[in-house]
Design a protein around this ligand. Structure first.
Ligand SMILES: Nc1ncnc2c1ncn2[C@@H]1O[C@H](COP(=O)(O)OP(=O)(O)OP(=O)(O)O)[C@@H](O)[C@H]1O
Ligand SMILES: [Mg+2]
Length: 227
């Protein structure tokens, strides 16, 4: 089991009271499997990813990654854990305008002290894996929206994460490109054996997922697979 959330409750300050964003949420995501999280706007999907990413500490509950509970870890330990075990794909690619596709990936590895040559090799391998081998020298403005999203996904895989967390990767894409990005995430989940959580509004693409969970007012419940 690679990602496990147990009894997660998260509240945010809201005037004089607190707003419950996640209410006793439990989720198991095994290695090499893909879980889709769906639900209306404001239901708690991004909050769930932020807790799973250890970016927000919940009021109650435990996040376990690769068998290790993150409860009580210091900020430094959490930063280290994220750097080595967690890949995060935010909705907006946030690529650096002045860097080529390959360099966007290399920066990640160099932050982590890998040699430039190894970082370059890994970056080119991953760009190839996402179908962008021939775009490695292009900068973001020379890429399409779908291509930028693929660079974003490849970048999240640079640290060989155990857990891959993806927030609405298809919302800016047309149906066909959205389907291609979903196929890519499914394939990478199996190839790289990540425990993947994918937040999406778009249920039409959810044919190849292993588990679907729906969030409603901060509560998570399993949904039947439609295949
Ligand atoms: N930093 C914050 N401070 C206070 N309230 C917040 C904060 N972040 C989110 N919320 C509230 O928590 C609830 C869940 O928000 P969240 O961003 O997790 O929803 P979501 O399901 O990702 O929505 P969307 O589909 O629109 O992205 C919402 O009511 C939101 O207003
Ligand atoms: Mg969100």
């Amino acid at each position: 089991m690679s990602l496990n959330l147990t009894d997660i409750t998260l509240t945010y300050p809201d005037g004089d009271t607190r707003l419950t964003a996640l209410d006793k949420v439990a989720l198991d995501v095994p290695k090499g499997s893909l879980t889709a999280v769906v639900g209306p706007s404001g239901s708690g999907k991004s909050s769930l990813l932020a807790v799973a990413a250890t970016l927000i500490t919940p009021d109650v509950g435990t996040v376990t990654i690769d068998g290790t509970s993150t409860t009580g870890m210091s900020r430094g330990e959490l930063t280290d854990l994220r750097r080595h075990k967690i890949g995060i794909v935010f909705q907006q690619p946030n690529l650096l305008p002045s860097l080529t596709a390959a360099e966007q990936l290399q920066v990640m590895a160099q932050l982590d002290g890998r040699s430039p040559a190894r970082a370059r090799t890994r970056a080119l391998e991953l760009l190839d894996a996402v179908g962008l081998a021939d775009q490695a020298r292009r900068r973001p403005h020379q890429l399409s929206g779908g291509q930028r999203q693929r660079v974003n996904i490849a970048r999240a895989l640079m640290n060989d994460p155990t857990v891959l967390l993806v927030d609405e990767p298809t919302s800016a894409l047309d149906h066909e490109r959205g389907a291609a990005v979903l196929d890519l995430i499914t394939r990478l989940t199996h190839q790289q054996a990540t425990a993947t959580v994918l937040v999406t509004h778009d249920r039409t693409h959810l044919t190849a997922v292993d588990q679907i969970a729906e969030v409603h007012d901060g509560r998570l419940r399993p949904m039947a697979l439609t295949r």
